[in-house]
Design a protein. Sequence first.
Length: 281
Amino acid sequence: MRLMVVGSLHLDVLLHAPHLPALDETVAGSTVDYVFGGKGGNQALAAARLGASVSFAGRAGSDSFGDILRETLRSSRIDVSQMQRDTGPSGMSAAIVDSNGDYGAVIVSAANLEIEPDPIRLPDDTALVLLQNEVPESVNLAMARKARAQGAKVWLNAAPARALSKKLGELVDLIIVNRVEESALTEISTPAEILTTLGPEGVEYCGTRYPGHKVKVISTHGAGDTFVGALATRVTFGDDIQSAIPFAQGAAALHISTPREKRPDNSAAKIASFLAQCSQQ
């Protein structure tokens, strides 16, 4: 079965520095990297690298950043036939990673705010539609309605935090949030299940706490998206969410403890080996 991701694309400018700057402070950094990003793109890429059949719909500009974003998706065997091209700039972000691997970021959504949901069609074999909050809610609402009409499940990674409308809340099967984002959901009632990521403390789902793995952190940048993409992969393969959570946690733990240039090698087999080692400790 197929995973359909509709969401954002950013080219991340990643700066490494000893610490995040305080107000009015200039910090001398050590390196700069240009990294494929955006929550939608990251989650699609994570799923495809773990063997999922992935289609992606989003919007990138006609600039050089857009060319990089499109080619990265194509080279990862992701169906990009429904990618939209904007005449303006692509989305981008600037992130600062400190010596502990933690980071802060600023995003400029640009083309992501111009996604047109009407032309987007779900492939017939779509089992799950994955959405995020880096695109307008009108896009998420339109795609959730299409998914429901076709019998596909709908997951919303409600990040960054914003209020959830009643209309969208009624169409979502699973909401994935961190502790900060969860507070934005308190004002409405939704039938969706909620999965809360707790950083190094693990994950909480349906009253059960799944402890995190202790690893040496290189960078937490993209860890949440890796978790979501891995979770969606296992569910499209037929696992239930409870069974898929440990695999997704293993994927995220390997992600944050692996140098960026080696992360594409974190296969399902490597994750299984990592989890086996953890169980013996």
